[in-house]
Design a protein around this ligand. Sequence first.
Ligand code: NAD
Length: 479
Amino acid sequence: MTNISESQIREIVKKILTENENGKAKWSATEYNGRKFIGIFSDMNEAIDAAERGYKAVRNMTVEQREKIITEIRRLTRENAEILGRLGVEETGMGNPEHKRLKHILVADKTPGTEDIVSEAKTGDGGLTLTEMAPFGVVGAITPSTNPSETVICNSIGMIAAGNGVVFNPHPNAIATSNYAVDLVNRASKAAGGPEILVCSMDEPTMDSAKIMQTHPKIKLLVCTGGPGVVKAVLSSGKKAIGAGAGNPPVIVDDTADIQKAGKDIIDGCCFDNNLPCIAEKEVFAFDNIADELIAAMKKNGAYMINSEQADRLAGIVLVEKTSKSGAKVKTVSRECVGRDASVLLSKIGITVGKEIRCIICETGFMHDFVQYELMMPILPIVRVKNIDEAIDLAVKAEHGNRHTAHMHSKNIDNLSAFAKAVETTIFVKNAPSYAGIGFGGEGHTTFTIAGPTGEGITSARSYTRKRRCVMSDSFRII
Ligand code: NAD
């Protein structure tokens, strides 16, 4: 008979409790390793009613109490960042667990809280007029598969700071990860003295549950983070809506740039979470006279160059043709390829590389699918241009009028200004990786809901408020 120590028994018990037969954590839309998620419903109407109770509880809190809950959300987010990073990749098959962990830390550290809500006072001969940022009530939020828990936590912090209740209809492909985040927010609420259910979600979110949310009289604001289809749907709902939609961020590199730094920055930004962030570099327009040096710098930083025949073959795999509702054939990105490692994508065209390869680069013409489609994969086409006019013209066209994000590496302030003005994006990053635009290595707060179409921009608590005015006529001046 073998002797087993107490610590070994504890290890075995822990393993049985936390791992399934594949050695991985057990999870579903409603639980993680046996821990039941709080705030998850099967019926959207019930979820909205619960979110309304959460809203009423928040309304009765002081700002200090709300901030206590937010502090606890930040703490739990840091504590759970690694699990959420792993779970996000395991569930969706997309992204990089370490980068996802860093995204959660960013959300915990740089999402503004109640300090973002600022009142305004105007005084004059007529007295005092006060303008306050009030909550909307219950917010209905639709979240993506690409940054699932990051968006749920970031939205929750901002919406709670503003005094709202929230109900989520998360992406079905990331439901366990999203609901883990909903549960985290509710646990933080309870631990900080708030209601047990502050934010709510669905166990099986569908288009129908989204529709109920979009038309329900108790939902006063819709916030949608996702592709063009869903943004259009919420903007047609007849309710106040914040839409954070698709991008296809171009990068221009001119011949005044620090080319070595540009090569590294572009690859770092493009490969972050396997290119899932909507702000990540998607195509490069490089001056002809520095393109070779730029490509060499990219190769030094983990890029693998494929030729045009290989690029066409890969395009035939990562983009697939589907038939739309109207019967038309439309090309769309393959969900099997979005957010996958460069080595996995290369293996699809028979190329084997090691983990040191982070990105696939290739030279293409402007009309190539790699330039025109928002791939959300570590594939970066490079188009040679003669001068700044051609670079700006093509980069603006490649951005497709999303007015989302653009990047430039240059030391020529005229060129930088000319592109910034022409492209009209919500975010414009100069001489840095794309993620500097959401506060990662750059100044400013973070968000995972970048609302270009509706103009809120880098959303924060104040985006989820409505202004209310109180007038005290002829009084309350102190001078
Ligand atoms: P997606 O558009 O497939 O899904 C987003 C959400 O909308 C999901 O919850 C989905 O179930 C739901 N949905 C889709 N169509 C709908 C409809 N007609 N009515 C109601 N709900 C609907 O998004 P995804 O693939 O997970 O995310 C990637 C896309 O989102 C990219 O285009 C990316 O650029 C964009 N995105 C934008 C931002 C931003 O801040 N602007 C952030 C993240 C992602």
